[in-house]
Ligand binder design. Sequence first.
Ligand code: PLP
Length: 397
Amino acid sequence: MQPSNGQQKTTGFSTRAVHAGNVDDVMTGGVNTPIFPSSAYRVPGPLGKVVYPRYQNIPTQEAVAQKIAALEGGECALVVSSGMAAISSVFLAFCGPGDHVVLQRDLYGGTHHLAAKELPRLGIEVTWVPSQDPEDFEAALRPNTRILYLETPSNPLMKLLDLQALAAIARRHGVLSAVDNTFATPINQNPLALGIDLVIHSATKYLNGHSDLCCGAIVARRELMDRIHGVAAAYGPSLSPYDCYLLERGMKTLAVRMRQHNENGARIAAFLDAHPQVRRVYYPGLPTHPGHAIAARQMRAFGAMLSVKLDCDAAQAQTVMERLQFFKPAVSLGGVESLACFPAQTSHAPLSPEERRALGISDSLIRLSVGIEDPEDLMADLDQALSAITEHRGNDA
Ligand SMILES: Cc1ncc(COP(=O)(O)O)c(C=O)c1O
């Protein structure tokens, strides 16, 4: 039962999402990759490969990894038990005591926490770059820098980084470049094609797409993956074959889901941008977004993540949140259903209030993960919730 991977380079994203990596069930003729639940496999003999779930070499695990690699245009991929497991595996694989990493300051709060609190404990030095200017990233590199770590669009303010320029800088200095591609997905952006070395996903989000699974993925060329694989086998963040099956099933609709996410994201962003109760919309598809030109160059579409600064205080923003009906007030993102959250209370809660202020994450900033519902229903929901602001003002007057 070998994964059929011939479709990697020549076919479209929808075809790859459906077919790449799939393992034929030769026993029954079933069209889905079988779930192989065993944790004990026959000893293969002195020259054979030992098969074991923690080594991530069960066919159910390899099948979904190949699908992700095919979508990202990478040589190989590894699926692990969370996005943070993917991120920490990359740092553990390439950094040790005395090494240095450079990260953009605008990042998912969990990654920020890992780099700020955990990496220094391992003797790894960290430098934060507060701008999006590639020259500032280059200036932060040192002879002992191992990884240039990026996230674009970033969580939650949707900052854009020029991946081609940053990949070239990293290569010139002999530093590995890594990008968290969770918000964009491989349908909208392929960092490897822009020269980036390592792509990371919280596959919990769009790749799975149904808010019922926690998992992560790394995509890279073989030589780098061998090192990551060794680290993952040692630390053990493997993903169970049952979860691999769920992820593979979710990914079959990734391209078609993203078409609707992209359309809904663009329509909701334009609607909110014109709304009198909204002060600012952070969405890379809006021509007024400071990173729009970069986004238009390196992304095929702009996704369905956006943040809004409302024209009101934190208490009124809370009322708006409570009134939303289709946008569920929940953490996480990238599922078929629309979600809303205050990053200050969720993704960026591990940061101090000062750190959040420095990033521009106010208590009333709302992040929306726009789902695949009918956009008219989502706009009506937002409109009725935002009317709370006018009513509040009316009561104050
Ligand atoms: C951009 C980004 N990267 C990584 C993660 C971490 O993923 P996980 O929760 O699957 O560990 C998240 C989680 O929200 C995220 O938004």
